[in-house]
Design a protein around this ligand. Structure first.
Ligand code: EPZ
Length: 419
């Protein structure tokens, strides 16, 4: 993956419309699910981001034919050639673990390189493996690879020990071709899972319980090709709504499904932000000084951990002391040291960030440590005095489609240089 340095000139007046792209975290499981189909699948509204390109490349190595351009994926995995996901893939994007379930269910054998940890904390997969074992899979983990084998998975009744988004997605996909009924309990209920179920049903899967934490799947012999449009990306949506709170009551965020970010909108209203929703458009007014808040990150519909860093940036502009408790990952505050370089006043105590505002932020030389941290630094740079440079900005391009272009279109001054 190419690396970039981003330069941002702060305090530009932003005004105009930002259009939200399709959801990265729905596109990834849905691409993996194409392994379950015996004919061509058309996925529309797929964001052109690095993590999706990595997933597409992984599927090509497994045997997929097709192409990905202009946000459309045509893909056909009727022939599985090489049921392997190498470490070059899993090192680049942890979500390649989503291939394990469907590939094992379709092919009877799958060999997937263990996803590395990453900057935001432990990224365990014990729930995924335990669930597949419960369905009769033989699982070996050695030399950095997971080898999974099963003539045919059997329906099982499995309760997740903890809520896991990709764990839920992996086991739902594996169950669609299992022999008999699978009941999955204590499932995650993120909108991306609901969209995956809609997608699987359009391929002929028999699934009930969509939108609840108990999903029942009656296995089939094979699924068929389909055409599906991916839901909008709620984390991108939330990121730009926060940008509007920071830099402009003339910004409209379009292609939104407001209820997907209901927890964020509620917090913004508590802070004193005025929110206007007209169909799929969200716009913001900040009538006066914003008020401090206390926030907990939680599984959906709670406040998403993927917006924690971005909200932290906004809270530096609030008059008073706010706290965010990060309950999902054990090391997701790497953006704090970078924001403090800009003049923020944030202290970390265990899994709690204490943000004292108002801090006047100044441009600085920063380092992007992970995807959502990089977004929080861009937001900080938009309001900082002077120029900000962000190294390792490839992180941003992993999950945001053309953020510099979308922001420049409404008046920002951002340039990205390949390094
Ligand atoms: C998904 O990751 C998202 N990624 C993450 O978004 C998101 O932050 C996360 O869910 C939480 O919402 C994709 O959907 C591709 P988890 P996932 O399994 O599935 C523990 C982004 O920025 N756990 O729900 O990997 C785990 O350690 C990314 O787009 C186990 O202990 O997260 C964590 O503490 C970052 N054992 C917690 O559960 C397991 O087997 C939640 O993890 C699985 C998870």
């Amino acid at each position: 993956m190419d690396n970039y340095k981003i330069r941002i000139a702060g305090r530009k007046r932003l005004s105009g419309t930002i259009i939200v792209s399709g959801a990265k975290n729905a596109s990834l499981p849905e691409l993996a699910a194409t392994i379950l189909a015996d004919s061509e699948v058309l996925l529309k509204g797929v964001p052109n981001v690095e993590d999706v390109n990595t997933m597409f490349n992984a599927l090509e190595r497994i045997g997929a034919t097709g192409n990905f351009d202009h946000n459309k994926v045509n893909i056909n995995l009727s022939n599985i050639k090489e049921p392997v996901v190498s470490e070059t893939i899993s090192k680049t994007s942890r979500s390649s673990i989503l291939i394990l379930g469907p590939l094992l269910a379709r092919n009877g054998y799958a060999r997937v390189s263990l996803p590395g940890g990453c900057a935001i904390g432990d990224r365990k997969i014990d729930f995924h493996l335990e669930g597949l074992k419960r369905m009769g899979a033989e699982i070996n983990v050695e030399d950095g690879y997971i080898s999974a084998r099963s003539k045919r998975l059997k329906g099982a009744d499995y309760t997740f020990p903890g809520v896991s988004v990709t764990g839920t997605e992996n086991l739902i996909m594996a169950s669609t071709l299992a022999d008999g009924e699978t009941i999955l309990r204590n499932c995650a209920v993120e909108p991306e899972i609901t969209d995956l179920i809609t997608f699987l049903e359009s391929m002929g899967a028999d699934i009930t319980g969509q939108g609840t934490d108990t999903i029942r799947i009656s296995g089939k012999d094979i699924l068929s090709g389909t055409s599906h449009t991916v839901i909008p990306d709620r984390i991108e949506m939330g990121t730009y709504v926060i940008a509007a709170c920071l830099r402009g009551d003339n910004i409209v965020v379009k292609n939104c499904i407001p209820e997907y970010i209901g927890s964020l909108l509620k917090i913004l209203e508590l802070m004193g932000v005025e929110i206007t929703i007209i169909k799929d458009e969200i716009s913001i007014k900040v009538p006066g000084r914003l008020k401090p808040v206390e926030v907990n990150t939680d599984p959906y519909p709670g406040f998403p951990t993927d917006l924690q860093a971005q909200l932290t940036t906004l809270l530096t502009q609030v008059d008073g002391v706010s706290h965010i408790r990060e309950n999902i990952f054990n090391n997701r505050f790497k953006h704090v040291i970078e924001l403090n370089k800009m003049g923020a006043n944030i202290a970390i105590n265990g899994n709690i960030a204490e943000i004292k505002g108002i801090s006047g932020l100044k441009g600085a030389y920063l380092n992007a440590t992970d995807l959502r941290a990089s977004a929080s630094l861009v937001l900080g740079a938009l309001i900082a005095e002077g120029e900000t440079y962000i190294d390792n900005a490839y992180q941003l391009f992993r999950g945001y489609e053309d953020m510099p272009g979308k922001l420049n279109k409404i008046g920002a001054d951002i340039s990205a240089m390949k390094v």
